[in-house]
Design a protein around this ligand. Structure first.
Ligand code: GDP
Ligand code: CA
Length: 327
């Protein structure tokens, strides 16, 4: 079976781990479980930022480290056993910004990427090269090889201005009210090589509980991707439970684009042309959305078993809606 998953960082990566377990493509279930399932991840690159001359791709790296066994589990991003000597030394030189959590081990990844960028490789080829080490067990494609960056329009005592999403998210903890979220470069970006083919060949498409605006939304904003996805059976997992994001500040992103922070409003925003099915938490079991099949399940990815069960539920609903009993 071929599954396509457009994904952000932490929520996307944890869901993917559950999906791999549900499909038995996880090494921990034993080699004799090896299957012919193929998961293609279309990774969000809207969070990408250039700092200290290094191109940093937080969501691609979070998926790669999480599925490859290198993630800091408690934090959900960054490397295990990380140190921050480079960050401290940069600060000692007065280098700005100081708010980005640039770890030493992580920096090695960014140096490899910078070197390959300088040698002329596109991000898709660089991501493939980095995955040679991590072996995430999925095909990880950036949504585009073209630079697309999420910027946020804010207003404070310094006036009205657009800042990079990372500055808004990390430095300001999304507490500066945002009036607009802009995907800079999206209008002329092309899907990365392999993206449209993977969608065309997919049996089903699953949307993980990723940030619906700046993760899933930016993938959908690359011209051609959303249009290709509407032809497929698409089932999403709500990132909103009981009117609140489970972790992070997705509510601030939804408010900025005028969407209510509720499981139903997010599904409506994604659209019934795109979504065939939508999993909501049991706390939201009364959710109804015109033209979308809504089911409720426990949606907290609190442990591996629950995460696997929710991924399986998303897959089962997709196969059911696709009218497919063959698995
Ligand atoms: P990010 O890079 O941290 O923004 O990770 P993603 O872009 O993948 O999205 C994280 C989003 O997923 C958050 O905004 C939460 O709303 C949602 N989320 C995080 N953990 C869970 C969980 O356990 N269950 C569900 N249903 N949603 C979650
Ligand atoms: Ca993200």
């Amino acid at each position: 079976m071929r599954i396509v998953v457009p994904a952000g960082g932490i929520g996307g990566a944890r869901f993917l781990r559950g999906l791999k377990a549900a499909l038995g493509t996880d090494a921990s279930t034993g080699p004799d479980q090896a299957t012919d399932h193929e998961i293609t991840v279309i990774g969000n690159t809207g969070d990408d930022i250039t700092l200290f001359g290094l191109r940093i791709c937080p969501d691609l790296d979070t998926v790669m480290y999480t599925l490859g066994g290198g993630i800091n589990e408690e934090q959900g991003w960054g490397r295990t056993d990380e140190t921050f000597t480079v960050k401290e030394e940069l600060a000692a030189y007065g280098m700005k910004p100081t708010w980005f959590g640039l770890g030493d081990r992580d920096t090695a990844t960014h140096i490899v990427r910078a070197q390959m960028i300088a040698a002329g490789f596109p991000l898709s080829a660089i991501t493939e090269a980095l995955c040679d080490r991590w072996k995430p067990g999925v095909r990880l494609l950036p949504m585009s090889d073209d630079q697309v960056e999420t910027h946020v329009v804010v207003e404070d005592e310094q006036g009205r201005r657009a800042i990079h999403f990372q500055e808004w998210w990390i430095k300001h903890r999304a507490a500066l009210p945002a009036s607009e979220i802009i995907s800079v470069g999206a209008d002329t970006a092309k899907p990365a090589p392999g993206v449209l083919r993977a969608i065309r060949d997919a049996d089903v498409v699953l949307l993980p509980p990723s940030n619906p605006v700046v993760s899933v939304g930016s993938v959908l904003g690359v011209p051609g991707i959303r249009e290709a996805l509407v032809d497929k059976t698409v089932v999403g997992v709500s990132p909103i439970i009981g009117g609140a994001p489970v972790r992070g500040m997705a509510d601030a992103c939804l408010t900025a684009i005028g969407v209510q922070t509720s499981a139903g409003a997010v599904a409506e925003h994604l659209g019934s042309d795109l979504l065939d099915g939508w999993l909501v938490d049991e706390a939201d079991s009364d959710t109804k959305v015109d033209g979308i099949e809504v089911r409720s399940r426990p949606l907290y990815m609190s442990d591996p078993e629950t995460t696997e069960a929710l991924a399986r539920a998303a897959l089962d609903l997709a196969l059911e809606l696709r009218g497919d009993e063959a698995r």
